[in-house]
Design a protein around this ligand. Structure first.
Ligand SMILES: [Zn+2]
Length: 304
């Protein structure tokens, strides 16, 4: 019998960690979830989970999709660290180093959204569509742009949640809740922005509330900018807010209106419902994305 190669994946979120041993969707051998507490305790649990798989030779590389911001510059003295985060105890945490010391296999670290975007491009809704964009709209807003099978990395990782978008204070007097920019995209359209504005979580705002047209307009405005700058062949919208599925047709309609025929692609002009879509891997984009990171590092020489 042909036993597929297994890989380790960690979806390292600010609320919970998901650790998996898998070879891809439909073949997850083992999975464990635990709350994110202190770095020592949380990373310790992750190390413990993988130790036996590594000792038996079943797992030979591990991918990590981690909350951030992260330092991903290999030449930096804080490479692989979470830099500054409002999450208590986690600023200046050497995530990659701690895992590397505890687990003697190659570790591939990237942001949670980059990992999810990569997972979707390998097995999910953007498979065969390169470049592609994965955007999460939930507790925060972030985007992973995958080109030639790799997440885009520049000076730092892109911060797509913090772009400026039109904000009519007549229509929506809310000041926004981003501590850095007030009414940037995340400050206006994230889950916490909805809750602060309406006093209800996004999951509990009724479908017929007029606010959803405003939310769809914010998302569509941001997507218009990403489409014009990055020209992705597929856009995936994930995260808690997008679990309200009625938002998809509203967003698609509004993107179509805003672009006004300017981007002359059939994907937008005729098939926009197939162009802006939910994650193909459902809630597993992040953990399977971490597996995809592990596969990439396991399948090629690691650059010094
Ligand atoms: Zn901001």
């Amino acid at each position: 019998m042909n036993i597929p190669q297994l890989y380790g994946g960690i979806e390292a979120g600010g609320t919970k960690f998901v650790c998996v041993v898998a070879s891809g969707p439909g073949h997850i051998v083992e999975e464990v979830r635990f709350s994110t507490t202190t770095p020592a305790e949380t990373l310790g649990k992750a190390i413990q989970f993988f130790q036996s798989f590594i000792a038996s030779g079943k797992v030979s590389s591990i991918g990590v999709g981690c909350f951030g911001p992260l330092d991903l510059n290999p030449k930096s003295s804080t490479y692989g660290f979470i830099t500054f985060t409002p999450k208590p105890n986690w600023s200046n945490t050497d995530v990659r180093g701690a895992l590397q010391r505890g687990l003697d296999v190659p570790i591939a670290l990237d942001t949670d959204v980059n990992a999810a975007g990569l997972g979707e491009s390998v097995w999910g809704a953007s498979k065969g569509f390169d470049p592609s964009l994965y955007l999460t709209i939930g507790t925060g807003i972030g985007g992973g742009y995958i080109q030639d099978g790799k997440p885009l990395l520049g000076l730092l990782t892109p911060e797509m949640g913090h772009i400026r978008i039109p904000h009519s204070r007549d229509l929506d007097p809310f000041n926004g809740c981003c501590p850095f920019h007030g009414d940037c995209f995340e400050g206006l359209a994230s889950g916490p922005a909805i809750e602060k504005r309406l006093g209800l979580t996004g999951a509990n705002v009724p479908e017929n509330d007029a606010f959803w047209d405003i939310e769809a307009d914010y998302i569509a405005s941001a997507l218009m900018n990403y489409i014009l700058v990055l020209s992705p062949r597929k856009i995936i919208l994930g995260g808690g807010v997008m679990q309200r599925e009625f938002l998809f047709p509203k967003v698609c309609r509004r993107v179509h209106e805003l672009l006004n025929g300017y981007v002359a692609s059939k994907s937008i002009l005729e098939n926009i419902d197939d162009y802006i879509v939910p994650p193909g891997l459902g809630t597993q984009s992040g953990s399977l994305g971490a597996i995809a990171l592990a596969m990439q590092i396991g399948g090629r020489k690691i650059e010094a």
